[in-house]
Write a protein that binds this ligand. Structure first.
Ligand SMILES: Cc1ncc(COP(=O)(O)O)c(C=O)c1O
Length: 461
């Protein structure tokens, strides 16, 4: 694959190349003026050298460069290419991660339902949602009902339904038929697919929510595709336009962009934008080079490793690019064993280690990992178990807004037992809330939070 072929399909990168080589004097932000600091310092090495070389491409939004929040030129073109490869009606880029896309989707669906004559749109939200969704709802004064999309007994009629379609542990939610038959066509379905942007380019593309009837879909490109941290995309499916009943497409587009403007910085980072542009061009170049499934090679290697280790670890998840090592082993020792071989993992607990495989995984990477896992001495063998427990929620005393507006005081996590939370508490990773504002701390919640949140904010009595 030729680098120049990839670049010729990346409009934002092409714009930056042209601007960097043609601008002699920049009388605009950012303050470095695009000049490499090499002009003023000793010859840098390593990270500094890379940073200095990149400065000419770090620009702001002027006519020559385009504006993410009202795109007309290179950004619009790149978003159009993204929409075509995913099969969405429109795709909107974000340099503030999936967080900004989720805030935009919550706001846009709320405003759309209001526009359609629903006075107080109702939201049913996956309890396993990222805290950015809770924050967006709190700011907009939305009081959600919680549910577990895998348990139809928790379904309640509502105007907007939010589902985390891929969990941190690689579980993919795909039973949209049950959802659709319960909720019908007037409901807006939002998919937080942050951990699954790559699914569209694996042999499980059927699992991507754009192929599952969702209306607004959030892909956090930086998590599993090769963009810089912060790169994400909000896809709007054709079904969203249909259910909106809006005749003028431009109006609907503008409503989504104006929802994004409510939460976004007015200075989006062009280096992140260029990295989304390039990452997607790289995937497209794989497709046009005849790899109908660009991630096949990596997922084949992962399958091979998982099969070789099947007596030692639980390994496979629904997501072909993620594995969770499970088993009756000392996981901290396993992580140390891997680190001694310079292998660093995503996250681990006492019972599991999460591995995220990179888009560009090579055969040498796979061999390194396999050798390391095979040489880890284990006593027990792995026996799978299915211990999915039903959704259990702490007692709720106040609404999100009531709790966020109340007066609070700090308390140690164990003093908080029986008190009402004034904040969202979501241990990171994966950032899934254990406590919502307005809920009462129980023993289980205090235990879960004690490590990361020794002090919490509770409402004054
Ligand atoms: C399920 C889920 N949604 C959204 C996010 C936020 O993503 P970002 O960091 O791209 O803003 C995360 C972050 O880990 C997540 O796990």
């Amino acid at each position: 694959m030729k680098v120049n072929d990839i670049l010729s399909d990346a409009p934002i990168c092409a714009m930056l190349e042209k601007y960097a080589s043609s601008s002699k004097l920049r009388l605009h932000m950012p303050g470095h003026g695009g000049k490499t600091l090499e002009n003023f310092c000793d010859t840098p090495e390593g990270f500094l050298s890379a940073l200095f070389r990149i400065l000419p491409y770090d620009v702001t939004e002027i006519d020559a460069t385009d504006d993410l929040l009202s795109p007309k030129y290179s950004i619009l073109e790149s978003e159009g290419k993204c929409a075509a490869m995913y099969g969405s009606e429109w795709s909107f880029f974000s340099c503030q991660g999936a967080t900004l896309c989720l805030q935009t989707a919550v706001c846009a669906s709320y405003r759309l339902k209001k526009q359609m004559g629903v006075p107080s749109p109702t939201f049913l939200c996956d309890r396993m949602c990222h805290k950015s969704i809770v924050n967006a709802m709190a700011v907009l004064g939305i009081e959600p009902m919680w549910f577990d999309p895998r348990d139809s007994s928790t379904y309640r009629k509502s105007d907007v339904v939010i589902v985390t379609t891929v969990s941190y542990y690689g579980e993919v939610f795909s039973d949209t038929d049950s959802l659709r038959s319960f909720f019908g066509d007037d409901t807006v379905f939002i998919a937080d697919n942050s951990h699954g942007s790559h699914l569209m380019f694996t042999d499980r593309r059927d699992l991507h929510p754009l192929n599952k009837g969702f209306d607004l879909i959030i892909d956090s490109i930086h998590k599993t595709l090769p963009s810089f941290t912060g790169g994400a995309v909000l896809h709007c499916a054709e079904s969203f336009m249909r259910l909106s009943g809006v005749k003028n497409e431009g109006e609907l587009r503008e409503m989504i962009l104006s929802s994004m403007r409510l939460f976004s910085s007015t200075s989006p980072n062009f280096l992140i934008l260029a990295s989304i542009d390039l990452a997607l061009a790289e995937v497209r170049s794989g497709i046009s080079a005849g790899m109908s499934i660009p991630l096949n090679l990596a997922s084949d290697m992962i399958r091979f490793i998982g099969d070789r280790l099947k007596d030692k670890f639980g390994f496979f998840t629904d997501d072909p690019m993620r594995a969770v090592l499970r088993g009756d082993h000392d996981m901290a020792a396993l992580v140390r064993h891997l680190e001694q071989r310079s292998i660093y993992t995503e996250f681990y607990t006492d019972t599991e280690v999460i591995l995220l495989f990179p888009y560009n995984m090579t055969r040498a990477d796979a061999e390194l990992l396999l050798e390391a896992l095979e040489s880890f001495e284990t006593s027990g063998v792995y026996t799978p178990s299915d211990d999915r427990s039903p959704l259990s929620l702490p007692e709720k005393r106040l609404t999100l807004s009531e709790a966020l507006e109340g007066t609070w005081e700090p308390a140690s996590i164990f003093e908080a037992l029986g008190r009402i939370s004034a904040d969202v508490y979501a241990p990171y990773p994966p950032g899934i809330p254990v406590m919502m504002p307005g809920e009462v701390f129980g023993e289980e919640e205090c235990n879960k939070l004690s490590k990361q949140f020794p002090i919490v904010r509770v409402l004054k009595k």
